[in-house]
Design a protein around this ligand. Structure first.
Ligand SMILES: O=C(O)C(=O)C[C@H](O)[C@@H](O)CO
Length: 248
């Protein structure tokens, strides 16, 4: 289980799934990756295409992490009800926002996730102890993508119920005035600071690193939830290289 691995500091390699396709997500799931990111933020996914991808993953060891387009509690509720046990929330900036997200993913009385007796997440009522265990079994991955989030990373990581702080290098570099340059020294210093603060809070750190040398370095530094590429990138770059190899 992804949560169990990350809790004991075991690295887990993931692949971003941006193509909004159950078929391509199924192909990636067979690769041996520990998890795939089903992207509801920047991909043409909706609740049904996300659910279809979770369905194909049910036959695999590989776990689905679903990125919600925002921290909207109604979206969080719908995603959890269709079976998203692992959730990623973009651009979290403060501990108060993190507490609201935890609350949206937690049944009353501790939180305010709406209760439905029967849904896909509990196999349509067949998993009798689903509601009792849902909070303990979910994985909450909050993205740090701006300087405010970096400054508050320690406080965000310390919020009970937050499992992972995950750096979004694209947005972070853009928000720091270095669009497309995550290797900029100031951005790298911010990434290192998030790792330090998250580790100090006893939580796991993650990052997207589609260049192998970067991924290796982040893993050596202590990031454990590392996405090393995407279905879209593999198909686009692979088809480019294939066609180019036949051009004279
Ligand atoms: O800011 C980032 O970097 C991310 O959060 C990942 C991107 O959103 C991802 O879609 C790049 O393909």
């Amino acid at each position: 289980m992804l949560k169990a691995a990350l809790t004991v500091g075991q690295p887990s390699i993931g692949v971003w799934c941006s193509l909004a396709s159950a078929l391509t997500t199924e192909v990636v799931a067979g690769s041996g990756a520990g998890w795939v990111l089903i992207d509801g933020e920047h991909s043409p996914n909706d609740l049904r295409t996300i659910m279809a991808q979770l369905q194909v993953l049910s036959g695999h060891e590989c776990e689905g992490v679903v990125r919600s387009p925002s921290d909207d509690p109604n979206l969080i509720k719908q995603l959890m009800d269709v079976g998203a046990r692992n959730l990623m929330i973009p651009n979290v900036r403060t501990a108060d926002q993190a507490r609201e997200i935890v609350s949206a993913a937690t049944y009353a009385p501790a939180g305010r996730r709406g209760f439905s007796v029967s849904h896909r997440a509990n196999a349509f009522g067949r998993i009798a102890d689903y509601h009792a265990n849902a909070t303990r079994e979910r994985l909450l991955v909050l993205q740090i993508e701006c300087e405010t989030g970096v400054a508050n990373a320690r406080a965000i990581a310390e919020v009970e119920g937050v499992d992972v702080l995950f750096v979004g290098p694209g947005d972070l570099s853009t928000n720091m005035g270095a669009m497309g340059r995550p290797s900029d020294p100031a951005v790298q210093a911010a990434i290192a600071s998030v790792l330090r603060d998250t580790t100090a809070a006893g939580k796991a750190s993650g990052i997207l690193a589609p260049v192998k040398a970067d991924a290796d370095r982040y893993l050596a530094d202590g990031f454990t939830m590392v996405a090393v590429g995407s279905d879209l990138g593999l198909l686009a770059r692979g088809s480019d290289a294939l066609v180019a190899s036949f051009q004279r």
